[in-house]
Design a protein around this ligand. Structure first.
Ligand SMILES: [Zn+2]
Ligand SMILES: [Zn+2]
Length: 388
């Protein structure tokens, strides 16, 4: 492939290729020919090998009002090969296998320099529709109209352009159909247990919501050696799935009777779990999680995305008297460029489970099928293969 790109001499020129364009909210994506401009300074053009569908794609695909914008190219969990690079890019070169990520690592700001944060302040996370540095689009349709980017990645296209701060070079021997999962969801869950909470061996963990993110938290907690992992969900079928990722106990959230979920977990654990993770995006569940993390050292970690403006109400008396911590975890607290290679090595060493998250695989022309499967709750991750 790289050879043909060199022979064709695409570097520095626009590339015409196929992309799945979202033209209107909630409508099936349309596979169209588009033009992908060459990378500008500090940018990398990537030929996508495969990409998977994440819930955030669905949320923004359905969104009728800003920050929902159309026409747009979604997709933000992918693996690709560098086709060409713009000026001032030394970190990667043609032929490198990379994972683009919605979170950046500039490597220079106070946050990137600190081991305590993954929130780069030079290129902060925002809901942008363009490139992070030059703030323009690299995509145009055949009528010459620009197409919006999504989360600085836009991987539902045979080629995309990503800022080098959002690119992680990976071991090319890792199967791309598994590596792509680390672009968002699985890194977020595993990282929340590993990097944000820093779960110790022997800990008790409670996970509110066993969707893909909650299951990835379980996987992260299992890797960290947690001895008890309690899954909480309204769907009892999640227990069987959860067991694959280390879930040892299950609470049916619809059957707690007169007791609050917090009370149920407090009783099960004799005073609260060491770590509670909220993976649904409901402030009421954050309250439940906070209520059942252990006094003295318990940590509650928020991963779920609630509606804008949702508030938490926690009594300052409780904060003082219980000594608990409440933390947010964006992208699992992981720094893409250094932590993704560690997670991939742990996958190759058969420690981290990734295969179990891939429930479906489709060709690019069937990309709408992956939306249906996720909407019907039938898939954890569906990998979409470009086969170009
Ligand atoms: Zn930075
Ligand atoms: Zn995502």
């Amino acid at each position: 492939m790289v050879e043909s790109e060199l022979l064709n001499g695409t570097a520095g020129k626009p590339i015409r290729c196929r992309a799945a364009v979202s033209r209107e909210p909630g409508a099936p994506l349309v596979i169209e020919e588009i033009t992908v401009a060459p990378p500008m300074s500090h940018e990398v053009r990537i030929r996508i090998i495969c990409t998977s569908l994440c819930h955030s794609d669905i949320i923004f695909w359905k969104m009728k009002d800003p920050p929902g914008f159309f026409p747009r190219i979604f997709g933000h969990e992918a693996v690709g090969v560098v086709e060409s690079v713009g000026e001032n890019v030394d970190e990667v070169s043609e032929g490198d296998v990379v994972i683009p990520t919605f979170m950046s690592v500039c490597g220079e700001c106070a946050d990137c320099m600190s081991p305590k944060s993954n929130l780069c302040s030079k290129f902060p996370f925002k809901l942008s529709t363009s490139m992070p540095r030059h703030e323009t689009s690299r995509f145009t349709d055949l009528n010459g109209h620009p197409l919006f980017h999504f989360l600085f990645v836009s991987s539902f296209s045979e080629y995309t352009v990503v800022d080098v701060a959002h690119v992680t070079k990976i071991d090319p021997t890792v199967p791309p159909g598994k590596a792509c999962l680390l672009g968002c969801g699985i890194s977020t869950g595993v990282g929340a247990a590993w990097r944000t909470a820093n779960v110790e061996a022997g800990s008790t963990v409670a996970i509110f919501g066993l969707g893909s993110i909650g299951l990835a938290v379980a996987e992260g907690a299992r890797l960290c050696g947690a001895s008890r992992i309690i899954g909480i969900d309204v769907n009892p079928d999640k227990y069987e799935i959860g067991k694959k990722f280390g879930v040892t106990d299950f609470v049916d959230a619809g059957k707690s009777g007169d007791k609050s979920l917090g009370q149920v977990i407090n009783e099960m654990t004799g005073g609260g779990a060491d770590y509670c993770f909220e993976c649904v995006g409901l402030s009421s569940l954050v309250h439940e999680a906070y209520a059942c993390c252990r006094k003295g050292w318990g940590k509650t970690i928020v991963l779920g995305v609630d509606r804008p403006g949702a508030q938490l109400t926690i009594s300052s008396h409780d904060v003082l008297h219980t000594g608990k911590s409440l933390m947010g975890s964006l992208f699992g607290g992981i720094k893409a460029k250094s932590d993704i290679p560690i997670l991939l090595k742990r996958y190759m060493d058969k420690e981290l489970q990734l295969d179990e998250f891939v429930t479906h695989e489709v060709g690019f022309e069937d990309i709408n099928k992956s939306f249906e499967l996720l909407l019907e709750g039938k898939s954890l991750r569906c990998v979409i293969w470009m086969k170009n």
